[in-house]
Ligand binder design. Sequence first.
Ligand SMILES: Nc1ncnc2c1ncn2[C@@H]1O[C@H](COP(=O)(O)OP(=O)(O)O)[C@@H](O)[C@H]1O
Ligand SMILES: O=C(O)C1=C[C@@H](OP(=O)(O)O)[C@@H](O)[C@H](O)C1
Ligand SMILES: [Mg+2]
Length: 182
Amino acid sequence: MTNIIQSPREKSIVFIGFMGVGKTTIGKLVAQKLYRSFIDIDQEIEKEYGMPIPEIFQTIGEKAFREKEKETISRFCQQKLKVISLGGGAFLQEEIREMCLSNCIVFALDISWDRWKERLNIIIDNRPVLKGRSIDEIEELFYSRQEIYSNHNSKLVTDDLDVEEVADYITESLKLAWDLYE
Ligand SMILES: Nc1ncnc2c1ncn2[C@@H]1O[C@H](COP(=O)(O)OP(=O)(O)O)[C@@H](O)[C@H]1O
Ligand SMILES: O=C(O)C1=C[C@@H](OP(=O)(O)O)[C@@H](O)[C@H](O)C1
Ligand SMILES: [Mg+2]
């Protein structure tokens, strides 16, 4: 896909990373700090179907969800000046990786397995992909997904940072990079 957006300052910012790392929370905060509109791809799909993600998985199945995910990302990643948070499985699709990397600034949020484990209880109910898996299977999934998240323009390990600190760090580093470019 060709890069239709020229100036780095205008490019939309896309957050990627494993489920529960903070893409939705941080994306919303970064959007506020940059005065941009925020798009959460899962929330867009939820609006369209009028039901939460676990019910969408149950009703249409994961394959159809992945198609809808691709179609929704394709629509938003071609727009400029947005902050867009993807679902953690989106980057499994090569077409999604390509369209985001060619049009947007892709920011990976990373976390260690030990820290992530502490978050499992608060996120599992809304993550159908984690349901019914043992902790060992989830650990395997966590590590097997890491390679897809290495396709990024920038990355931050969030282990020792609260959400405000993460959002501030990202906002400031983006502004610095934009100033250097000009
Ligand atoms: N840096 C952080 N420190 C502590 N808790 C966090 C942090 N980032 C996210 N969280 C919490 O983790 C949970 C999952 O965050 P969410 O934004 O939904 O992640 P994702 O969109 O990547 O699945 C939320 O309860 C959120 O408040
Ligand atoms: O990693 C995944 O396969 C998924 C991640 C979820 O988004 P979050 O990463 O925001 O939890 C959501 O898209 C769906 O439950 C599938
Ligand atoms: Mg999310």
